[in-house]
Design a protein around this ligand. Structure first.
Ligand code: COA
Ligand code: AMP
Length: 647
């Protein structure tokens, strides 16, 4: 058993990391070629970076490898066959299952053989619409084995969102489960999948459907196949597929994330750079060794799940915990600690919102104290800024380092964090600590000029981005350039605002665009406005994120009705709430629609969302000089007060 890492109240820190970061910027070739040695390559890279390729250069341009071989097969070959690769723990179904590396290889090889028979080849896309069950991981790895590109869609999205992703990715095959299970209800996935395929102009050739006993689905003749039967037949016939080497620059997956327009962005992840960056992060950022147990309590529908439930732990020869449950209510706020103790977890990664939910139910940390967490070393948080109160609570409760680190779907791994494995730096509550290797970070003013320490601005990353980060958006190099590279030439615009202090610590304070963060889920207010605006009674609308003690933010929609509409406004508001759930999904957590007489605007017609947010959050606000009619802000304040908000 390892001793706990530096105690959380340490202010000693170490300088071990800073020269490493400096070296990654001064000699990226040397740094990343060295990091690449952690992997098995079919053709080893002779160089790390080609500045002439792609939008800003490409990593490992002349190398080939296979991600599934690196995550699975090579560990079996190196003697880890009997080690647990996946520990599936599902309090919502009362199921536990251990899958060894050898068993994982066999399952993945069989499924890859089936996909191959269904016509899936290198470069083809496969959409995966599945909950947190082992077969979802088999599906992702089977795609990687063939060099096919998976695109996992989170279960909390509505059919319309799934349809948008099917249309954009144009998958040959869809892998789906019949249902997901939320603590309060069963979520039948198959009707959503059928509706999405009906709505999309793209029709997948086949769907492989895993029947779960909680809600079995009807199969569409000629298109759908029963997963279990197909796998059983394939095993009996000895069908399997080997790993197909791909270029390091070939896509491993597409993951859709909220964009400002409401049309999601298909973030492309390349294979080689991603595997190298994740492999570097496991020992150096998370301080985890091969053979140890890593528990990321996120969801495979999000980037954190792709990277730290699936690829990073497996690439590093760890055991990954696949937890189909919630931090609270399945059955209680001790759930994550129960899992940590039961499986000997070394490192846990979750979202601050989960910690807040736990703290709310177990404020005195009595459940934490009831578990022997002596083998547990550190807690990492990401998805939103870790609020200092929750971090301090967790530090006291756990007596372990509690580390905030900053991420985006686009980057695939942490932009800034505390490199515990290299040497933990002093923790500053509220800060995500220092940039990770390859990230050359600055805070810029509106003109793109770097700002001095402790001055708020937009956080930008000097190009090139390090390995692991997106090279482009699926099917749209132009949207990639427009979205990220044009605001500040030579830089990637993170669309996050923040400050860097004199010690180089980064504090991320919020988005500069219309993205909001609800319970660690990234959502576009523009997307919600499009749904509200489509209601026949709505003339105009504005959606803002307002402060929420548990979820960080919750969306709130203000609508102005068309003149002449005389229907009951409460009924219209209920319809609006229902329409967001129907079009975007329950994950939007949209519960608050307010009809107002007018929206506050500038004289040029721009809606004053920032001031509305301040009013809703009960913050001090001033009347903007450009406002058209100042009385409207008071009206907004009154209608919020009517719902017990702001004031
Ligand atoms: N499939 C279907 N529905 C889902 C879903 C899924 N995979 N995930 C969430 N939902 C539903 C929920 O059931 C809920 O529905 P409801 O309106 O009928 O209650 C709705 O979407 C909103 O979910 P959420 O915002 O997650 O709230 P919650 O009350 O269910 O749970 C937390 C609150 C804090 C426990 C939960 O949000 C959580 O664990 N968050 C961590 C997020 C995370 O790990 N993010 C990744 C970044 S690291
Ligand atoms: P996603 O792409 O869903 O991972 O969301 C990325 C966004 O979440 C970032 O742009 C930030 O706004 C926010 N975010 C994630 N992690 C942090 C963090 N540690 N601190 C502050 N904001 C964060």
């Amino acid at each position: 058993m390892q001793a706990a890492a530096t105690p959380p109240d340490s202010t000693e820190g170490t300088d071990a990391y800073r020269p490493i970061h400096a070296a990654s910027l001064a000699d990226p070739e040397g740094f990343w070629l060295n990091a690449a040695a952690a992997l098995d390559w079919e053709t080893a890279p002779s160089r790390a970076f080609d500045p002439e390729a792609g939008a800003y250069g490409r990593w490992f341009p002349d190398a080939t490898l296979n991600a599934c071989h690196n995550a699975v097969d090579r560990h079996v070959a190196m003697g880890r066959g009997e080690q647990a690769a996946i520990l599936y723990d599902s309090p919502v179904t009362g199921t536990k299952r251990t899958i060894s590396y050898a068993a994982l290889r066999d399952e993945v090889a069989t499924l890859a053989g089936i996909l191959s028979l269904l016509g899936v080849e290198k470069g083809d896309r496969v959409v995966i619409y599945m909950p947190m069950i082992p077969e979802a991981l088999f599906g992702m790895l089977a795609c990687a084995r063939l060099g096919a590109v998976h695109s996992v869609v989170f279960g909390g999205f509505a059919a319309n969102e799934l349809a948008i992703r099917i249309t954009d990715a144009a998958p040959k095959v869809v892998l789906a489960a019949s249902c997901g299970i939320e603590p309060s209800r069963i979520v039948p996935y198959k009707p959503l999948l059928d509706a999405a395929i009906a709505a999309s102009p793209h029709k997948p050739e086949a769907c492989l459907i895993l029947q779960r006993p909680q809600a079995e689905a009807g199969l569409v003749e000629g298109r759908d196949r029963d997963w279990a039967e197909t796998v059983a037949r394939a095993k009996a016939a000895g069908i399997s597929a080997d790993c197909v080497p791909v270029a390091a620059t070939d896509p491993l997956y597409i993951l859709y994330t909220s964009g400002t327009t409401g049309k999601p962005k298909g973030v492309v992840r390349d294979t080689g750079g991603y595997c190298v960056a994740l492999s570097w992060s496991m020992p150096n950022l998370y301080d985890v060794k091969p053979g140890e147990v890593y528990f990321c309590a996120s969801d495979i529908g999000w980037v954190v799940g792709h990277s730290y439930i699936v690829y990073a732990p497996l690439l590093h020869g760890c055991t990954t915990v696949l937890y189909e449950g919630k931090p609270v209510g399945t059955p209680d706020a001790g759930a994550l600690w129960r899992v940590a103790v039961e499986y000997g977890v070394a490192c846990l990664f979750t979202a601050p919102t989960a910690l807040r939910a736990i703290k709310k139910d177990d404020p005195r940390a009595e459940l934490v104290a009831s578990y022997d967490l002596s083998g547990f070393r550190s807690l990492f948080l990401a998805g939103e800024r870790a609020d200092p109160d929750s971090v301090a609570w967790a530090e006291r409760a756990l007596d372990r380092p509690v580390i905030d680190h900053w991420w985006q779907t686009e980057t695939g791994w942490a932009i800034a964090g505390n490199p515990v494995g290299v040497g933990m730096l002093p923790v500053k509550h509220g800060s995500a600590c220092v940039p990770m290797p390859g990230y050359d970070l600055a805070v810029l003013d509106e003109a793109g000029k770097p700002l001095p320490p402790d001055t708020m601005g937009t956080i930008a990353l000097r190009l090139p981005l390090p390995p692991g980060c997106l090279p482009t958006l699926w099917g749209s190099d132009e949207r990639f350039r427009q979205s990220y590279l044009t605001t500040y030439p030579g830089w990637y615009d993170t669309s996050d605002a923040g400050i860097v202090d004199a010690d180089g610590y980064v504090t991320v304070l919020g988005r500069t665009d219309d993205i909001i963060n609800v319970a660690g889920h990234r959502l576009s207010t523009g997307g919600m406005e499009a749904v509200l605006a489509a209601h026949p009674d709505v003339a105009e609308c504005a959606v803002i994120g307002i402060r929420d003690a548990l979820k960080g933010e919750q969306p709130c929609g203000f609508v102005v009705l068309k003149s002449g509409v005389s229907r009951d406004t409460a009924e219209i508001e209920r319809e609006l709430v229902a329409s967001i759930r129907e079009r975007i999904g329950p994950v939007a957590a949209f519960k608050l629609a307010l009809t107002v007489a007018r929206l506050p605007k500038t004289r040029s017609g721009k809606i004053l969302r920032g001031t509305m947010k301040k009013i809703a959050d009960g913050e001090a606000w001033t009347t903007p000089p450009t406002i058209d009619d100042a009385a409207v802000l008071d009206e907004i304040g009154e209608s919020l007060k009517g719902r017990g908000i702001g004031g």
